[in-house]
Write a protein that binds this ligand. Structure first.
Ligand SMILES: Cc1cc2nc3c(=O)[nH]c(=O)nc-3n(C[C@H](O)[C@H](O)[C@H](O)COP(=O)(O)OP(=O)(O)OC[C@H]3O[C@@H](n4cnc5c(N)ncnc54)[C@H](O)[C@@H]3O)c2cc1C
Length: 389
């Protein structure tokens, strides 16, 4: 069976689901193809181990898509300050939402909750197909996707939102610049002796950064990025030994660690697609870029890709131009490449600088952080960057 549509989005993760909604709301006829089952409805009894720090700009986009209210009502944790340090939490850098003239720097939101809120809106606006893409051909006037089971789908434009290992990127022969960090990020929700006071904490350790993100039930979600050997060691520790290591590594900024949920580990890599668009194909989200989680920006960048793509295509169509043509896709690619590369370079430089065992350089960075903290206009600038305004 051969089906047709204007736009096929492949990948129903948070970025693909948001892009599908944004494009459908702009009046495009969209089919979303996801190989997994639809996300389960939100279950308040389970706190998802995967959480994101969402910037205000991302929340505003989800709001425009009609999904933020459901997320906010279910469970979000606003944070209004962020403390970053290397050797002494009192001597690090503190961003406060007030420095950027805001009530909060962002929100900690569960992965499953974002997905279920987006998918709940999708059902009325787009065709949803549960299938794996087996192969694809892309051309200027039409792209063809071959789905498992022999079905095929012709689309004027295919949007690849199929994650870091993007099969579509591979089918199109788009190369990436990639480097494994040789690090893994351990994730767990922990109860701490002292309250988090709606503050996110991040310590730069020589083995990699350790973050505490405040959760609405008083716990914090940790993201502990560590070199492979250290990560293996941490994964092998029993619960009590892990909590003791964590308390020590955090310089007890929130006191002792009371309880910790089972640890999940994610390998980390820096990856950037050499091209974001080819005739008939455009890349968004992790399919186009992955970066170190130390700045909590991967999903935020992916949502900005989705928003930019929907706006760029709609503007071209409304101006009577070819909305799927090379010029329109190049406009999207230019806009997003610049913003994404800037963030990739910044997070990569930060990770490297703090892991280099060059005392002078690290001391200089630590002094730099302290100087920034004392200088209000610069701190305000950093805080505005953090919230994306
Ligand atoms: C430890 C850690 C912490 C992080 N913290 C943050 C944070 O605080 N803030 C932040 O902004 N970002 C964060 N990130 C980054 C964030 O997780 C990713 O950027 C985001 O999940 C990417 O979403 P996506 O929709 O592009 O890709 P994915 O979530 O990978 O979705 C891809 C989808 O495509 C589907 N798919 C793949 N292939 C096919 C196929 N052939 N056919 C059909 N479907 C297919 C998959 O099933 C999947 O549903 C973090 C990442 C890590 C590892």
């Amino acid at each position: 069976m051969n089906e047709r549509c204007e736009i096929a989005v492949v990948g129903g993760g948070p970025v693909g689901a948001a892009a599908t909604l944004a494009l459908a709301r702009q009046g495009f006829e969209v089919v979303l193809i996801e190989r997994g089952a639809p996300p389960p409805a939100f279950d308040a009894a389970n706190y998802d181990t995967r959480v994101y720090a969402l910037a205000p700009r991302s929340a505003a986009f989800l709001d425009a898509l009609g999904a933020w209210e459901a997320v906010r009502r279910a469970r979000v944790s606003p944070y209004s300050a962020m403390r970053v340090w290397e050797t002494n939490p009192e001597r690090g850098l503190c961003f406060r939402a007030g420095d950027a003239g805001r009530g909060e720097l962002g929100w900690i939101v569960e992965h499953g909750l974002i997905l279920s809120a987006l998918w709940a809106r999708l059902e009325a606006l787009a065709r949803l197909t549960n299938a794996v893409i087996e192969s694809a051909e892309f051309g200027a006037s039409r792209a063809r996707l071959v789905l498992a089971g022999g079905r095929s789908l012709d689309a004027r434009l295919v949007v690849a939102a199929d994650g870091a290992d993007s099969p579509l990127r591979r089918f199109a022969g788009i190369e990436t610049v990639a480097r494994g960090y040789g690090e893994r990020a351990l994730v767990s929700h922990v109860r701490t002796e002292q309250p988090h006071r709606a503050t996110a904490y991040q310590r730069f350790l020589p083995s990699g950064p350790l973050a505490f993100l405040p959760l609405s039930d008083g716990r914090s979600s940790i993201v502990w990025s560590a070199e492979e050997t250290v990560a293996q060691e941490l994964l092998a520790l029993d619960d009590a030994a892990f909590r003791a290591r964590l308390a020590e590594a955090s310089e007890r900024v929130l006191g002792e660690i009371g309880e910790a949920t089972p640890r999940l580990a994610f390998p980390l890599r820096l990856q950037h697609a050499r091209e974001y668009a080819r005739p008939g194909l455009v890349l968004i989200g992790d399919a186009a870029h992955t970066l170190h989680p130390l700045a909590g920006q991967g999903l935020n960048l992916g949502l900005a890709d989705a928003e930019c793509l929907a706006d760029t295509l709609a503007a071209a169509r409304d101006a009577g131009r070819d909305w799927s043509g090379a010029r329109t896709l190049a406009r999207y690619a230019r806009a997003r490449k610049a913003a994404n590369l800037e963030m990739l370079a910044l997070t990569d430089a930060l990770d490297r600088a703090f892991r280099l065992r060059v005392p002078g350089l690290r001391a200089l960075l630590a002094v730099g952080l302290r100087a920034v903290d004392r200088w209000d206009p610069v701190r305000a600038w950093f805080a505005r960057q953090a919230v994306g305004v």
